[in-house]
Design a protein around this ligand. Structure first.
Ligand code: ADP
Ligand code: MG
Length: 255
């Protein structure tokens, strides 16, 4: 195996219409790394994750993820834009967890987790449900497999969402403020599941304001502001001694 970064962004730029949101993001994630991102609301964190996942087109610079130039394949010396099918195949290799859990309301936890393996992965139903049960056990929810989302707490729903994101055996997991919508007493159960995943060696990019998690579990901490990476380093070092005034101002507002 090579040591190619799982994510390698160089000068990534992106706009919504006339509004430029990413102004040249440089960012990389090594295999097995837990990379935490912090930054003010509106600084482009979610947009960047959506670019990594191929949900938004990059308009400048280069974005390589899982060994691919996102959106393009090189064939016969030329770049060809991906078809919707190629985008879909790429996305099965990435698990994404959102602030709002986005579970299917009319399906049980088990059905939510088994859904993509059955409908996208072509796994037979019985096998997919057996694997989904194992995924739910991994996040501590084996006893709740047959409940619908409204019968579960926010923390339990988010753990189902994590199990669902893991169901296609992704190589990379993206978390976009996974605990921001939770009542404070439910945050830790979700962070514990994420910590276990990190210890198992999963490559993770985590946008979070849980500074304690970033310090304990993160390998790197990146501060985004106004569509660029302002500062990056080992979490303990960055938190103790950041160099940029914008980072300091932000940290003093959240710590
Ligand atoms: P963050 O996740 O750091 O809070 P976002 O990536 O969500 O930031 O947003 C960055 C900027 O892009 C904000 O100014 C936001 O208003 C804008 N934006 C986000 N999504 C859209 C969209 N779908 N259309 C237009 N503008 C958007
Ligand atoms: Mg966001």
């Amino acid at each position: 195996m090579n040591d190619e970064p799982v994510v390698l962004a160089s000068d990534v730029r992106m706009s919504y219409g006339d509004t430029q949101v990413l102004h040249g993001v440089d960012f990389s994630v090594a295999p097995g790394e837990v990379s935490c991102i912090i930054g003010p609301s509106g600084s482009g964190k979610s947009t960047f994750l959506r670019c990594v996942n191929g949900l938004e087109p990059v308009l400048g610079g280069s974005l390589r993820v899982l060994g691919e130039q996102v959106g393009y394949s090189l064939r016969d010396g030329k770049y060809h834009a991906w078809t919707p099918k190629e985008f879909a195949a790429f996305r099965t290799r990435i698990g994404m967890v959102f602030q709002r859990f986005n579970l299917f309301a009319h399906q049980s936890a088990l059905e939510n987790v088994a859904c993509a393996p059955i409908h996208v992965g072509g796994v037979p139903g019985d096998k997919a449900r057996e694997l989904a049960m194992e995924q739910l056990a991994q996040v501590g929810l084996a006893d709740h497999a047959h409940k619908r989302p409204h019968q579960l707490s926010g923390g339990q729903q988010q753990r189902v969402a994590i199990a669902r994101a893991l169901a296609m055996n992704p190589t990379l997991m993206l978390f976009d403020e996974p605990t921001s919508a939770l009542d404070p007493e439910l945050v830790d159960e979700v962070l514990e599941v994420m910590k276990k995943l990190a210890l198992d060696g999963m490559t993770m990019v985590v946008v979070t304001h849980e500074i304690g998690f970033a310090r304990e579990v993160g390998d790197t901490l990146t501060f985004f502001d106004e569509g660029v990476v302002v500062e990056q380093g080992a979490p303990a070092e960055l938190l103790a001694d950041c160099k940029q005034p914008r980072t300091r101002a932000f940290l003093s507002s959240v710590l």
